[in-house]
Design a binder for this molecule. Structure first.
Ligand SMILES: Cc1cc2nc3c(=O)[nH]c(=O)nc-3n(C[C@H](O)[C@H](O)[C@H](O)COP(=O)(O)O)c2cc1C
Length: 433
């Protein structure tokens, strides 16, 4: 079965820059209300989506011209609010929808991460996913008052971070909670292990901070696709989340990830690909919607985004020259994805900016509901991926239209569920049905 997530941020846009300026878009008003997010969650649950997935970054995009002015001016992921409270509200309005969010290993201490994630997982009956990121954005490090650590060392540090999380998650034996009112004993201390860790990057000494949640540990997503990112994913993640603008790159990445998984003793790799869906009642209308979206974006907004994500100041490049692989401390996998066009044609800096400005590299799937269903199904079968993280170009109508018009076609074709398989996200997302 195909798996579907809705790719969101608590920001004026998702991945289409300036989408907030579209007269049909309700995000700016919706940002400030629980109702907007809860309605979205109910719609997605009605459509049997596996879950929502919130991207997040602290600090914002500050590489373009070495400043944040363009990001602020055009609302390029500025501001971007903390997704954890939003997820709590969405969880309260639903019973099966998975609730995924991004939390950077740079931003918090592992104990704090476990406490926040497991509190949410406990409250929602085991529906939480954690997208582990290491802080690819330089702005995040600056916001928190330290220099950005080198790419590979960030992953080394994250390995230690996860070691601590695992120790806390397995620190309460399932039989430890007695809740014995008669003898006045809540839990058996013999069955609650104290974690003592004194490592290269972290120190901690405590008992686990929460009751065990129904999943025990959250579903873990990881989105780095460089060599070091892949080895980190194989060690810790349940699902790899990838963005590949070109079909050729998607197939190659799937092959690489499956090989890495098998080398790590796994059956294969669960991969969700990001896609941007643009619907229309007719193909012509869908194409018009796509054109409007692309034409609305000022070049400077696009440059702010692509510079921030790639960790390179595009103001220093000749935009009409082919983009070349450059050393970056940010997202190496995304840079490689942009360059792998699948043909001998090389992408220029301008083309990369436009691609990132419109969809942050997510391939655009454009058409009528039938055409979109065809394209998603073909992509799914062709790559062997688990499914998609779908970024709507406008909200909430992009999500409502997908649920009302595309989901029924996928269900009719028996490639997407009509009912949830289980109660926890792990049961739904990782079931082999
Ligand atoms: C699909 C996708 C989604 C990502 N989402 C986020 C995010 O929400 N926040 C963030 O800080 N980094 C995000 N990243 C960056 C990755 O976590 C990772 O740091 C980056 O891709 C660099 O890894 P790599 O060099 O191993 O490819 C994302 C990357 C990809 C490919």
């Amino acid at each position: 079965m195909m798996h579907l997530f809705s790719f969101l941020t608590h920001s004026p846009i998702n991945h289409a820059n300036l989408s907030w300026a579209d007269p049909r878009d309700e995000r700016l008003e919706g940002m400030k209300s629980f109702k907007y997010w809860q309605d979205l969650a109910r719609t997605l649950e009605r459509g049997k989506f596996d879950g929502v997935f919130f991207a997040d970054t602290m600090g914002g995009f500050d590489q373009y011209k070495q400043r944040t002015d363009e990001a602020v001016k055009y609302g390029v992921w500025w501001p971007i609010h903390d997704p954890a409270p939003v997820l709590a509200a969405m969880g309260a309005a639903t019973s099966h929808l998975g609730l995924g969010f991004t939390l950077s290993t740079t931003a918090v201490h592992p104990y704090q991460a476990v406490r926040t994630i497991s509190t949410l997982d406990y409250l929602t009956g085991g529906r939480v996913a954690w997208n582990i990121v290491t802080g690819a954005s330089r702005g995040e490090h600056r916001a928190l008052g330290h220099e950005q650590m080198d790419h590979d060392e960030r992953y080394d540090r994250a390995d230690e971070f996860l070691e601590i999380c695992e120790a806390y998650w397995s620190g309460v034996d399932p039989t430890a909670i007695l809740a014995d009112r008669k003898n006045l004993i809540l839990a058996d201390p013999e069955k609650v292990s104290r974690v003592e860790h004194n490592g290269k990057y972290f120190r901690t000494s405590a008992v686990p901070p929460t009751f065990p949640s129904p999943q025990g540990r959250p579903v873990i997503f990881q989105a780095g696709s460089s060599g070091r990112g892949q080895s980190f994913a194989m060690k810790h993640a349940d699902v790899v989340f990838a963005v590949q603008p070109h079909a050729q790159g998607a197939k190659k990445l799937m092959g690489d990830l499956n090989a890495a998984a098998r080398a790590a003793g796994r059956d294969g790799c669960n991969v969700l690909f990001g896609v941007q869906v643009i619907l229309g009642g007719t193909e012509e209308e869908a194409r018009r919607n796509q054109k409007e979206l692309v034409e609305r974006i000022p070049l400077e907004a696009a440059l702010s985004r692509v510079s921030g994500v790639m960790g390179i100041d595009f103001d220093t490049l000749d935009l009409d020259k082919p983009l070349e692989q450059m050393d970056t401390q940010a997202a190496r996998g995304l840079m490689a994805a942009a360059l792998a066009t699948g043909s001998s044609a090389q992408i220029t800096g301008r083309e990369a900016a436009l691609l990132w400005g419109a969809s942050a590299g997510n391939p655009q799937i454009v058409g009528t509901p039938e055409q979109v269903a065809d394209k998603l199904e073909a992509y799914w079968r062709d790559t062997g991926c688990s499914g998609f993280n779908i970024t709507p170009s406008i909200t909430p109508s992009g999500i409502e239209d997908f649920v009302d018009h595309v989901v029924p076609i996928l269900q009719e074709r028996k490639v997407f569920r009509r009912e949830y398989e289980g109660n926890t996200l792990r049961e739904n997302l990782l079931s082999k049905a």
